[in-house]
Design a protein around this ligand. Structure first.
Ligand SMILES: *Cc1c(COP(=O)(O)O)cnc(C)c1O
Length: 234
């Protein structure tokens, strides 16, 4: 995409994030914008980086590990897509946050690999809030228990929840889903589980990030509105 278009897109997303914060009576600093760069060339990421963005999200391990050496080393990478256990070892020491943990077995593998590197790895629990058959994520009613189980893994730290809301025509339709995640987050925080905090709520994408911010998102994952439509055929 042309540099000007990328810069304009980013400015417009930034404006909308700020406006949503304002409507919700929240400070802009409470919301982190993650630029979701999957399928996009590193040149496009560099343009967004040059505008000051340091948080980037990718959903495939191979694409992520390919891009890391091509770009500045102070980027904070977010793994936001489904993660297979056999790929954990390639990214565990390279990402700021893994958003998509939805099973004990996956957390266990992250723990094993984290130990090898002598690090603790921050993760989010992915919740399938609308209970969609096509989506990964743990059920709302099973989330608390999964947090408790994972909390015993020494080298993993739960930092909050993540959800991918349904693909709706009117973003307002997802408000109730986002609200449910916020309520669940408060509920789990009140349990005071050792090693578990609920500071992060990762929700909201191009279609619905403003509603997500109004409902308490701390991290929004925006791809298309910044980088343009994705073409999976090239
Ligand atoms: C692709 C993707 C996004 C960004 O989607 P857009 O609609 O392009 O903003 C956000 N979160 C996840 C998990 C994704 O895979």
């Amino acid at each position: 995409m042309r540099k000007d278009d990328l810069m304009n897109n980013l400015a417009s997303v930034e404006e909308r994030v700020a406006a949503a914060c304002k409507r919700a009576g929240r400070d802009r600093s409470e919301v982190t914008l993650i630029a979701v760069s999957k399928t996009k060339p590193v040149e496009d990421l560099q343009v967004i980086y040059d505008q000051g963005v340091r948080e980037f999200g990718e959903n495939k391990v191979q694409e992520l590990t390919g891009k890391i050496p091509e770009l500045p080393q102070d980027i904070n990478w977010h793994l936001i897509g489904h993660l297979q256990r056999n790929k954990v070892k390639y990214i565990v020491d390279k990402v700021k946050l893994i958003h998509s943990v939805d099973s004990y077995r996956l957390a266990e593998e992250i723990n094993i690999q984290a130990k090898k590197h002598n690090i603790t790895v921050p993760i989010l629990i992915e919740v399938n809030a609308a209970n969609e058959a096509t989506k990964f994520g743990v059920k709302l009613e099973e989330t608390k228990q999964l947090c408790e189980e994972i909390s015993h893994l020494e080298n993993v730290r739960i930092k909050g929840l993540m959800t991918i809301a349904p693909n709706v025509v009117v973003p307002e339709e997802n408000r109730a889903i986002f609200h449910k995640i916020k309520v669940l987050s408060v509920d789990i925080a009140e349990e005071n589980i050792d090693n578990v905090d609920m500071r992060i709520i990762s929700m909201g994408m191009t279609n619905d990030f403003e509603v997500a911010i109004e409902e308490g998102a701390t991290h929004v994952r925006v791809g298309t509105a910044i980088f343009g439509e994705r073409n999976y055929n090239i």
